[in-house]
Design a protein around this ligand. Structure first.
Ligand code: NAD
Length: 333
């Protein structure tokens, strides 16, 4: 589906990078949700790129390194100049567990670059830092990443995680301009918009904002979330009520959810995971459909505007569970 309206590009903090407002979350390329062939991975990434998606996010953790490898193959197959796409990967979280030591993250980038078949990544992020010691992140991990930046292996440094307090904990303790980017997830969706309160602070620090999981990891889909989803039964039920309401009205809750997440332009990109959870054998069909739908949702928002009436009805259904989240990591701030 080629669109006449290009996908909006948004600046990422002080980095000078301009990211497509819809980003490609590459965890599905790691067989996280079911088997995917190399040709499917290539086709999916090509389709996303041709529709204007220029930002691809992965991690050595996704599929135990497979996502990075598949993304590397698929990006190479695009056959375009390296500066036409932006790649972020992560460090500190692996299939074997967490390790934010300077030694491990320094080794990690070389392994990632080899799997991605790249000379550098645009963004290297410490992955889910709430599972590590935050003082180690400040005093050991980030200084190690700065050396990688000096060595030209990494252009920008980021941190990711679920609890919002971790971001200010780290940003308040590192020199200004050290951390370029944060990646937050499940906090700027219709059911939880708590990231909004942190945006002025992040802006004042010149930190770029990536928001992942606009569909709340499947809560805001007709199919519902996967078995392992950590939300409470109450939150799951309310989201399913909202999805059923949309269906009854002939609306698509996922489209509305992607559009909601795109509304705040201080968020540079919304990272969507375009995978098939239940229908593992139809990866390419379903993924292609989701890539098309999510890009179309962004284009429709830019050209037609939001569906205010349905959105306010869904917000009403979700009001009793608004901003409800779940614990993640070791409590330390
Ligand atoms: P998501 O909210 O985007 O949900 C993805 C789910 O929605 C999948 O089950 C997918 O099949 C389904 N889906 C996607 N588009 C759809 C559509 N148009 N209609 C119906 N269903 C649709 O969340 P996610 O997959 O958790 O996150 C996206 C990406 O963000 C990840 O791949 C990763 O790159 C990044 N991420 C990073 C972190 C971190 O660093 N800690 C955490 C979460 C996500």
């Amino acid at each position: 589906m080629a669109s006449a309206t290009p996908l909006e590009l948004r600046p990422l903090g002080n980095t000078g990078l301009k990211l497509s407002c819809v980003g490609f979350g590459a965890s599905p390329l790691g067989n996280v949700f079911g088997p995917i062939s190399e040709s499917d991975a290539i086709a999916t990434v090509r389709q996303a790129f041709s529709l204007g998606i220029n930002f691809f996010d992965t991690s050595p953790y996704y599929g135990g390194t497979l996502s990075e490898k598949m993304l590397g193959i698929a990006l190479k197959a695009l056959g375009v100049a390296r500066n036409e796409y932006i790649v972020s990967t992560k460090c500190g979280r692996y299939k074997e567990g967490f390790d934010f030591s300077a030694e491990r993250v320094t080794r990690s980038i070389d392994e990632s670059l080899e799997r991605l078949q790249l000379d550098y990544v645009d963004i290297l992020q410490c992955h889910d830092i709430e599972f590590g010691n935050l003082d180690q992140i400040v005093n050991e991990t980030i200084p190690a990443l700065l050396k990688l930046k000096e060595a030209g292996k990494v252009r920008f440094i980021g941190i990711t995680g679920l609890p919002l307090e971790i971001f200010s904990y780290v940003l308040d303790r590192v020199p200004p301009g050290t951390v370029d980017v944060i990646l937050s997830y499940c906090h700027f969706s219709i059911n939880d918009s708590t990231l909004e309160d942190l945006l002025p602070y992040l802006k004042s620090k010149g930190v770029g904002v990536i928001s992942a999981s606009p569909l709340a990891m499947g809560l805001l889909t007709e199919n519902g979330p996967p078995e392992w989803h950590p939300a409470s039964p109450e939150l799951k039920a309310a989201c399913q009520d909202a999805a059923a309401y949309c269906k009854e009205k002939g609306k698509n809750i996922s489209k509305l959810a992607v559009q909601y997440s795109l509304l705040n332009k201080d968020i540079s990109t919304v990272l969507v995971g375009m995978n098939s959870v239940k229908q593992v054998n139809v990866f390419s069909i379903l993924t292609s459909l989701y890539v098309d739908e999510n890009v179309a949702a962004a284009v429709e928002l830019a050209t037609v505007g939001k569906d205010e009436k349905t959105l306010s009805q869904i917000e009403g259904i979700l009001k009793p569970v608004k901003n409800q989240t779940w614990p993640s990591g070791i409590q330390q701030c």
